[in-house]
Write a protein that binds this ligand. Structure first.
Ligand code: FAD
Length: 563
């Protein structure tokens, strides 16, 4: 910019992921701009994603959470940072904001050329009796985290209830458990981590329970007392500490009087240039509604990576660099004890909600070559379009290298790739790292087999209503079969199938299962060669068993309490 021109004055509301990101990039773009950043809290640019690990003492020093201090940030970027300054309202006609400075108690106005809103989203506090008691917490900020840690150190709670089993809820379950606290999660719907589908949650539930965490699924918390949470079902769960973690809501109350357009859930409406309905006002982060890849408008997807990307974009747009926000695909990952749960793009339930048609493939693959020590399985679900094979979404649960596989698929979605492209991806391979057919290639092969009708899959939900003329055929070894099978299945091991064809009626539809779906596929092709009409259970007995274990544990939880 020509220094003789008047420098632009940019106000930023919110000083963490989005706001601090805009300020830093803006300064790198424009040395002359006057930048003022308002943050109502005491800290800027801290690692909110790391907060659960500070509670769990994995991150030991508070200072490690502070990515930047006011002094360091303002020195490096020459930004006027005003902590404990809350923006109360915006006058878009006069182009001013009204601010209260909590240290002086004074209220003042500040004018802007450009205004950036990154106020984030705050935890929803349900109106439960007892929710305002001193042992009930939410987790968003450093002070929230300190309060929880101080409470643990002072009161030594033996039991904790986490109300809400989303990403933050399960991360906190692990971290409280690591503090020798007996943890229960109360979740209103039928599975943890709402971003995944229920069929991807069975292994997760079993793992969390195996670690000693109690799960109360399909249960509503009704009342909080000194040391218990009473559920609407009548169950009573011990709780010396309660964490409310039922989701977040855009923190946009202060915007309501400004006339800036908000969505039904308070999210700020923005266009692809992240402009709000008011001139020269931009918004980003958890507070905005975003377009998803399948065209869902104004979705609230509160994640750090999109907020950071949007920050860069807003700073560029303010400086006249043409940029466009192409939507959020919701790639997310969480460590849940020894497991990793990851998701990208649409889920089956979101596709159903949107009325979009889709197909799905499942695979169990090893994290690396089975013969190299330490290989562990991962379960992948891939969703794709029936007409052209375009990848719509994926979910993975496992123990090792889940992050790598979800990121490959996330990249493929971003690039608009299809199942056929995914098959062709040439991914790095040596036995300690992968297999010559990477798990991502494998799930694409299954998807391609479905699209080309080489295989006719069926799924756990179909077992509930198989046609009357179905024969359920378990193709595992007799030893495996004797250890457990899907009720009603007859056993003919794959390797004796050709010799025992006479036992398989030709007038029936053959529904084949095996351990994970691989031998079943081989059996399917074999039987098709003899004219049979076949279907193969993707995920096989392994998936069935995970579901059964999960459901029977759920029943036991209720039964223990009722007895
Ligand atoms: P924030 O980072 O929340 O910043 C908004 C700031 O604006 C706040 O500090 C607030 O005090 C301030 N503010 C609000 N209103 C005003 C006002 N009127 N005046 C002045 N200041 C105001 N995402 C991931 O992708 N991965 C993770 O692992 C992950 N873990 C998380 C764990 C926790 C415990 C939490 C709370 C969040 C986690 N997130 C994670 C989400 C991620 O932190 C957010 O998506 C991201 O911080 C959003 O950035 P933002 O700028 O929109 O909002």
């Amino acid at each position: 910019m020509n220094t003789s021109e008047k420098s632009r004055k940019v106000l930023i509301v919110g000083g963490v992921a989005g706001g601090a990101g805009v300020a830093a990039r803006l300064r790198r773009n424009d040395e002359q701009a006057q930048i003022i950043l308002f943050e109502k809290g005491e800290y800027i640019s801290y690692a909110n994603c790391g907060l659960p690990y500070y509670v769990g003492n994995v991150i030991k020093e508070k200072s490690d959470l502070l990515l930047q201090t006011k002094k360091g940030f303002s020195q490096r970027f020459n930004v006027d940072i005003r902590l404990k300054n809350e923006v109360l309202s915006i006058d878009t006609a006069a182009k001013t904001v009204t601010v209260v400075d909590y240290d002086s108690g004074k209220t003042y106005r500040e004018s802007y050329d450009k205004l950036v809103l990154s106020p984030g989203a705050s935890p929803i506090r349900p109106h439960l009796p007892g929710a305002d008691m001193s042992h009930v917490f939410t987790l968003r900020t450093i002070p929230d985290t300190l309060r929880i840690r101080e409470f643990i150190e002072a009161k030594h709670p033996k039991t904790a209830v986490i109300i809400g089993g989303g990403f933050i809820g399960v991360e906190m379950a692990e971290n409280l458990h690591e503090q020798d606290i007996e943890v229960s999660i109360v979740e209103a719907v039928d599975h943890l981590i709402g971003a995944i589908d229920i069929d991807m949650s069975y292994d997760l539930h079993n793992h969390v329970r195996a670690k000693g965490v109690h799960l109360y699924l399909n249960q509503l918390a009704q009342t909080i007392t000194d040391n218990e949470v009473v559920l609407a079902s009548g169950l009573v769960v011990k709780a010396d500490l309660v964490l409310l973690s039922i989701g977040v809501s855009p923190e946009t109350e202060f915007i309501k009087t400004s006339g800036i357009a908000l969505g039904a859930r308070g999210q700020i409406i923005v266009n692809e240039r992240l402009e709000t309905s008011a001139p020269d006002v931009y918004a980003l982060g958890d507070a905005i509604g975003v377009r998803t890849f399948t065209g869902h408008e104004d979705a609230i997807i509160p994640l750090a990576a999109p907020a950071n990307k949007q920050a860069r974009l807003v700073a560029d747009l303010i400086c006249g660099i043409p940029r466009k926000y192409n939507g959020t695909q919701g790639t997310a990952i969480a460590k849940v004890f020894d497991m990793t749960v990851a998701v990208t793009g649409e889920s089956e339930k979101s596709l159903k909600r949107l009325g979009k048609s889709y197909l799905k493939a499942y695979t169990y693959s090893n994290s690396h070559a089975a013969y190299y020590p330490g290989a562990v399985p991962m379960f992948i679900k891939l969703l794709f379009a029936p007409d052209n094979g375009k990848i719509l979404g994926a979910q993975i649960t496992g123990y090792e290298t889940v992050d790598k596989r979800i990121d490959v698929i996330a990249t493929a979605i971003r690039a608009g790739m299809t199942v056929y492209d995914l098959e062709e991806l040439e991914l790095s391979y040596a036995p300690p790292y992968s297999s010559a057919k990477d798990p991502v290639n494998m799930v694409a092969y299954v998807a391609e087999n479905i699209l080309s009708k080489k295989t006719t899959p069926f799924y756990l939900e179909d077992l509930l209503a198989l046609p009357a003329n179905a024969l359920l055929l378990d193709t595992r070894t007799s030893g495996e079969y004797e250890h457990g099978t899907i009720p009603g299945a007859v056993n003919i091991p794959l390797d004796s199938l050709r010799d025992r064809l006479a036992e398989i009626p030709t007038d029936k539809e053959i529904y084949i299962t095996c351990q994970i779906g691989l031998r079943g596929y081989v059996a399917e092709q074999l039987l098709k060669g003899y004219g049979y009409r076949t279907h193969n259970l993707l995920g096989g007995y392994r998936h069935f068993q995970a579901k059964e274990t999960d459901l029977s544990s759920q029943k036991k939880t209720t039964a223990v309490h009722n007895s």
